[in-house]
Design a binder for this molecule. Structure first.
Ligand code: TMP
Length: 211
């Protein structure tokens, strides 16, 4: 079976980490080889960029700098890790990908979507996930969970309006896509895992038929 790129998206505190384990088990039970990636991050250089975007600086970080760093990290990851993995029969589970830039920098920071699309074309061309699972959590619940894990990083400190706009953008991305599903991640985590497995199984059945 041809390996696929599955992506998890969602606001902070949506529960991506535990859902990734559920997806990994699902694929491994079917004897598929799997690697995990995260964005920004996943290569030595991209991990350094991750530290850079998350930390607080004694200078203003412009939204353009933040945006370019996200795409720089993504370009390294896609070319050095994700594409080689897919070419060598390994499935990839991505903790965030391009939709995070559209939601956070496009929705949250209100950078125009045309500029984002140009950057996407420049760095990734037509490369896209095969399936995206969006974990939908309200900013109130998500940020409370994130706060429970410790101090909020630079992006997490952006304020409620930022996250409301980011969530709205995620909703519109899911609505416009035929390769994505929305899971209510405000529910208890057992129910979230159950719903994810249901959606994943349905999608998996459709690609098996197409092979
Ligand atoms: P997280 O993956 O641990 O949630 O941390 C990544 C942070 O970076 C999170 O606040 C979302 C943010 N982010 C963007 O703003 N744009 C992006 O394109 C990506 C991948 C992440």
């Amino acid at each position: 079976m041809k390996p696929r790129f599955i992506v998890l998206e969602g606001l902070e505190g949506a529960g991506k980490t535990s859902v990734i384990q559920v997806i990994e088990s699902f694929l491994k039970e079917r004897d598929l080889l799997v690697i995990n990636t995260r964005e920004p991050g996943g290569t030595p250089m991209s991990e350094a960029i991750r530290g850079c975007v998350k930390q607080n600086w004694d200078e203003h970080v412009t939204q353009e700098t933040e945006l370019l760093l996200m795409y720089a990290a993504r370009s390294q990851l896609v070319n050095n890790v994700i594409k080689p993995a897919l070419q060598t029969n390994r499935w990839v589970i991505g903790d965030r990908h391009n939709w995070s830039s559209i939601a956070y920098q496009g929705g949250g920071r209100e950078i125009d979507l045309q500029s984002l699309e140009q950057l996407k074309q420049l760095t990734l061309g037509n490369f896209e996930p095969d399936f995206t699972i969006y974990l939908d959590v309200t900013p109130e619940i998500g940020l409370a969970r994130a706060r429970g894990r410790g101090e909020l990083d630079r992006i997490e400190q952006a304020g409620m309006d930022f996250f409301v706009r980011a969530r709205k953008m995620f909703h519109s991305l899911v609505e416009q896509s035929s390769k994505a599903c929305l899971i209510d991640a405000n529910q208890d985590m057992n129910q979230v895992h159950h719903d994810v497995l249901e959606q994943l199984s349905n999608w998996f059945a459709t690609i098996q038929v197409g092979e």
